[in-house]
Write a protein that binds this ligand. Structure first.
Ligand SMILES: Nc1ncnc2c1ncn2[C@@H]1O[C@H](COP(=O)(O)OP(=O)(O)OP(=O)(O)O)[C@@H](O)[C@H]1O
Ligand SMILES: [Mg+2]
Length: 412
């Protein structure tokens, strides 16, 4: 994988996407020839390792990470972790116009209106995105607010430490996914992309325009709920249901296809249909909200929403999912990949993993890129020790660069 060329020192960073189902690892290096994906792999998250996006068994999860690193022969010790889930807030809000200093002082108060958990127990960041242009209401300004429960961020950093890694930052996963897509796909300024990441516990839809983050929303339908629907409809165990699930959607696409299946597979496809309908409704709702927020004209039932949908996460491997969403939403849809990337210095395990699981690497790669991209593009941004403080400091707010780098949206 070559994204940029001819840059100095060799630096290795591990991006770790720790999900409720699986831990995904990507080791990226910045070499003289540019950025290279060196190692990639995954391992199952220990049962009960994570709950509601919070690692509740740091020791167990760290042991799984350490074993994975050993298997992949990871030779890096700097790492970036990610957080996601219903309790992570990433919102563009409109606040009374004020200076950056005033915002820092008042954000905790303002944030109470937007987050459902205790502000005192959270880590908050804010960034002024834009002030009113002449002719607009000058009493207000747009601010990006990012908040996560302190316990969630700290447990992630602690787990990386237990695994023998030095956590440089803990970032919102949606930003990491966006960074990978923008870096690998290029970002046409007027193109709106909806990244739909479907994991085990939740689906996250992130809408970006060009290089700019627009919004992110969590939908509580994903791999687990699909498996559970099959389990309860057929009264079978999880393992059997997982197997039936892989191809169940194909049959939803066509009645003829369904009629050819054996009875169990037919029932599985019927069981997942209402869930898929609900997922479509929620995606449509997010796209409609995007249109409303961006003040786009009403484009009817299908909505304007996005020019393209890119799918990622383990459940993006559901056979026929891209075709299904495209047919239902009328928007070109594809599964995100590493776009022809080949690990440059990789063992067979990483190569095999990449071939089969590229859509699950989108977040891990983006987390590692966080530290490498500024250097690769020539801006000096040492893997910042101060970034670690995002996860460890009291809930003082961090203005400007943190969210700017994370969100990819230009600050004022
Ligand atoms: N071939 C496949 N077909 C369908 N689903 C699959 C396939 N392979 C994996 N999955 C599903 O992908 C999900 C795991 O994906 P992923 O690793 O992205 O989740 P996670 O990041 O651990 O979860 P979360 O972020 O929601 O906590 C599981 O529900 C699994 O059943
Ligand atoms: Mg995940």
């Amino acid at each position: 994988m070559r994204l940029f060329g001819g840059i100095g020192e060799s630096q290795n960073i591990v991006g770790l996407d720790i999900g409720s189902n699986a831990i995904k690892l990507a080791q990226l290096a910045l070499t003289r020839d540019g950025l290279a994906l060196r190692k990639a792999g995954s391992t199952l998250t220990p049962p009960e390792g994570m709950k509601n996006g919070i690692i509740i068994d740091p020791l167990g999860v760290s042991q799984a990470i350490a074993s994975l690193m050993e298997a992949l022969q990871v030779d890096a010790s700097l790492a970036v972790g990610g957080v996601a889930g219903p309790s992570v807030v990433v919102r563009q809000v409109s606040l009374p116009a004020m200076s950056a200093k005033q915002l820092r002082q008042s954000i905790q108060w303002e944030a109470r209106n937007y987050i459902s958990f205790d502000v005192e127990d959270s880590i908050l960041e804010s960034q002024i995105l834009s002030r009113a242009t002449p002719g607009e209401d000058s009493s207000m300004m747009d601010v990006m607010l990012v908040a996560a429960p302190r316990q969630m961020v700290e447990a992630c950093a602690h787990t990386l430490e237990l695994a023998g890694l030095e956590p440089l930052a803990v970032e919102v996963q949606a930003f990491a996914a966006m960074r990978t897509i923008v870096a690998l796909n290029g970002a046409a300024e007027d193109t709106t992309l909806a990244l739909v990441g479907i994991g085990a516990s939740f689906t996250e839809i992130t809408i970006i325009k060009g290089e700019n983050f627009i919004l992110s929303r969590i939908i509580p339908i994903a791999g687990n709920s699909i498996t559970e629907a099959i389990c309860s409809s057929l009264e079978i165990g999880k393992e059997e249901a997982e197997l039936l699930k892989e191809t169940a959607l194909q049959a939803v696409l066509s009645e003829e296809e369904r009629a050819r299946l054996d009875p169990a597979a037919q029932q599985a496809s019927r069981a997942i249909e209402p869930l898929m309908d609900e997922l479509i409704r929620e995606i449509r709702r997010s796209l409609a909200y995007h249109d409303y927020q961006q003040k786009l004209p009403d484009a009817g039932a299908k909505g304007q929403g996005a020019d393209q949908i890119l799918l990622s996460g383990g459940s993006a491997k559901l056979v026929g999912l891209a075709e299904y969403l495209q047919a239902q939403l009328g928007i070109p849809t594809a599964v995100a990949g590493m776009f022809g990337a080949t690990p440059s210095d990789s063992n067979q395990e990483s190569l095999g993993f990449l071939k089969e699981h590229a859509p699950t690497l989108v977040i891990g790669v983006g987390l590692a890129l966080r530290e490498l991209m500024p250097a690769a593009t020539g801006k000096s941004r040492r893997p910042a020790r101060s970034d670690r403080q995002v996860s460890n400091e009291p809930p003082a707010t961090h203005d400007s660069s943190e969210v700017a780098v994370a969100g990819g949206r230009k600050a004022e």
